[in-house]
Ligand binder design. Structure first.
Ligand code: GRF
Length: 216
């Protein structure tokens, strides 16, 4: 499967995908990376790994529709079948989503439906949640709210700062994003309403809450 990745910044999730392809864990290729930010460090990663990229800036276009059409055009030209939002800081319209029906996925740093939107890690900390994590989900027109493909959870520790919690979550983002892309590339993912079923996936239980140490 040919995959397109949309980024706006650091690109550590893009790097996790690049590594998974290079290690042969996912079949297919990253056919194109699009950044809406010319300064994004993600672009350096593309250069280093010989991955095709394009910069498409919102300000170059009169409307959001034209901006998105240009991205769709570039992705279609490359034969992209799955679009991965990996730290892409814009909300895509229904028009973009129609070009790739149920083929746009996003990584979000919380356990959806908790803490949607920006600064999800800070939200979890301020709320006083004891567990949080990350989610890969199909993108729907509602922000951070499409059918969930895979989630991982991590504890929120008493001494956590936004940075330390983000780092703990990020480690798992780098595992679940390649996992979701692999499953979809293998044609194993089916969506029934809000429920996503992965054929042949094995599920284990994880003792994730250290506050239960007396009971685990
Ligand atoms: C990640 O925390 C991701 O969950 C969120 O934006 C951040 C992007 O990080 N959507 P990176 O650019 O992949 O390093």
């Amino acid at each position: 499967m040919k995959v397109g990745v949309l980024v706006s910044g650091r690109g550590s999730n893009l790097q996790a995908l690049i590594n998974a392809y290079n290690e042969g864990k996912i079949k297919g290729e990253i056919a194109l990376v699009i950044s809406d930010n010319p300064q994004a460090y993600a672009i350096e990663r593309c250069k280093r790994h010989g991955i095709e990229y394009a910069v498409v800036e919102r300000r170059e276009f009169k409307s959001k529709l034209e901006f998105e059409s240009r991205m769709v055009e570039l992705l279609k030209e490359k034969g992209v079948e799955l679009v991965v939002l990996a730290g892409f800081m814009r909300v895509l319209s229904g028009e973009f989503l129609k070009a790739f029906p149920m083929r746009v996925i996003n990584i979000h740093p919380s356990l959806i439906p908790a803490f949607q939107g920006l600064h999800a890690q800070r939200q979890a900390l301020e709320y006083g949640a004891k567990l949080t994590g990350c989610t890969v989900h199909f993108v729907s027109e509602e922000l951070d709210n499409g059918p969930v493909i895979v989630q991982a959870c991590v504890p929120v520790l008493p001494q956590d700062t936004e940075e330390s919690l983000s780092q703990r979550i990020l480690e798992f983002e780098h595992k679940i994003l390649p996992q979701a892309v692999k499953w979809i590339s293998e044609g194993r993912v089916e969506v029934e309403g809000r429920r996503v079923v992965v054929r042949g996936a094995t599920y284990g239980t994880l003792p994730v809450n250290p506050q239960l140490e007396d009971f685990l």
